[in-house]
Design a protein around this ligand. Sequence first.
Ligand code: ZN
Ligand code: ZN
Length: 131
Amino acid sequence: MGGWIAELWDYVTVWVGLIMCNVDDCDWPELYREKHVLARKKHRCTECKGNILPKEPYKYVFGKWNGSVSVFKICLHCQVPQKWLEVECGGYLFGELYSEILEHAQEYRKMFLYRWCVEMKQRKNAAQAVG
Ligand SMILES: [Zn+2]
Ligand SMILES: [Zn+2]
């Protein structure tokens, strides 16, 4: 992809949710793209550290913050709490999903938020058990 399409794409995608509750702490990306893909090999989810197995769908995120490029891979399960944060709080930070959800669980006292934390831990443990 190049030329005006790439520029338009950047323009559209750069605004996709990366704010959090604590907006002051948030770095806006200079470049942001996300796409939904099928895993061709085994990956590790950025958020839960669980396995993304071949043929499983996941979200591939490419972004540039303060001049450095980061890539995140988000498993299907973690996309749900991410979406929740996006709707509830206007965005989320990558790599902080577990602590963010835990914080909100303590604040909101909602069972489903605690359950998400437990499930993230379980996926991490399962991935470590297999190696
Ligand atoms: Zn995950
Ligand atoms: Zn919030």
